[in-house]
Ligand binder design. Structure first.
Ligand code: MG
Length: 283
């Protein structure tokens, strides 16, 4: 396991761990991304699809949906990944992509049942050790706040947790939320829309979960993209440990990730390091 862990400063990390341990479980919460953080990035050597791409590539909605969604992907994914385009421009483009795509999903007949079917494919799977983490947090009543820009939204993530028998009271999902009519058809998406580039603006204060975490000023953040560290922005924490999953293109990204995260877990490895760290803090 050790060869897949990179720690920026062991000394600094130990200091923060001691502070968090002194304050105890009641001052701690976990802030985590969902896709490729709590879930695995690869299964059998193949890159795992996000919840939304399962829907895009499956035969769930009206026949023209997949083609139109792929066209949007082709148009906007280039902008998302282009290092020459400014963050501001990207944010505008991503907001547009998510908005147009939600509209397309709704017009293509998205129903709550489609989310269930996407979950049932079993193509999304928790990272090894993630269930242990979830159970550990539940035993100690530590909130697990999941912030996700998933196009399938918070309902799909909640369904996934429920399917694993893990939708405990300490789990809070901050994500896109559809409004459903009485037949389960999606009719609209609530603002604010969370897309791939605005997690740093997704002020947690505006969500009901804030009451549960505002006095828990020690935070362990889990993410897999550079933008995920932005989840903590605007929250005045006392102690923070940022743990990043660098799942692929390790060499190209290592230096940049080291600047953003305190600990890196490489190559889609298990949650074991996080579980051991938490146990050390809690004991
Ligand atoms: Mg992710």
């Amino acid at each position: 396991m050790i060869e897949n862990i990179v720690i920026s400063s062991q000394e600094e990390l130990e200091k923060i761990k001691r502070s968090i341990a002194e304050d105890g479980a009641e001052k701690l919460h976990i802030l985590a991304d969902f896709d490729r953080t709590l879930t695995r990035a690869f299964v059998d050597g193949k890159s795992t699809p996000s919840l939304i791409s399962i829907l895009r590539d499956g035969d769930y909605l009206t026949p023209d949906y997949a083609e139109k969604a792929h066209a949007l992907y082709a148009k906007y994914r280039i902008i998302e990944g282009d290092p020459k385009i400014s963050l501001e421009e990207k944010k505008k483009a991503m907001h547009e992509w998510w908005t147009v795509h939600f509209d397309l999903l709704i017009r293509s007949g998205l129903n709550k049942k489609d989310l269930e079917r996407a979950i049932e494919t079993g193509k999304v799977s928790f990272r090894q050790g993630a269930l242990d983490l979830i159970d550990l947090l539940n035993v100690h009543n530590i909130p697990l706040v999941i912030m996700s820009s998933s196009g399938l939204g918070g309902d799909a993530i909640a369904m996934y947790f429920a399917k694993q028998g893990r939708l405990h009271d300490n789990i809070h999902i901050v994500s896109n939320l559809y409004e459903w009519d009485k037949d389960g058809n999606a009719v609209s998406v609530k603002e604010p829309i969370i897309h791939s580039m605005n997690k740093d603006e997704t002020a947690i204060q505006n969500f009901p979960v804030f009451d549960q975490i505002k006095n828990r000023k020690n935070v362990i953040l889990l993410g897999d993209s550079l933008g995920d560290t932005g989840m903590i922005k605007g929250f005045a924490c006392d102690n923070l440990i940022k743990i990043g999953f660098l799942n692929e293109n390790i060499e190209e990204n290592l230096e940049q990730y080291k600047k953003n995260y305190d600990v890196l877990i490489l190559r889609d490895s298990s949650m074991e390091y996080v579980n051991v760290l938490l146990k050390e803090i809690l004991e």
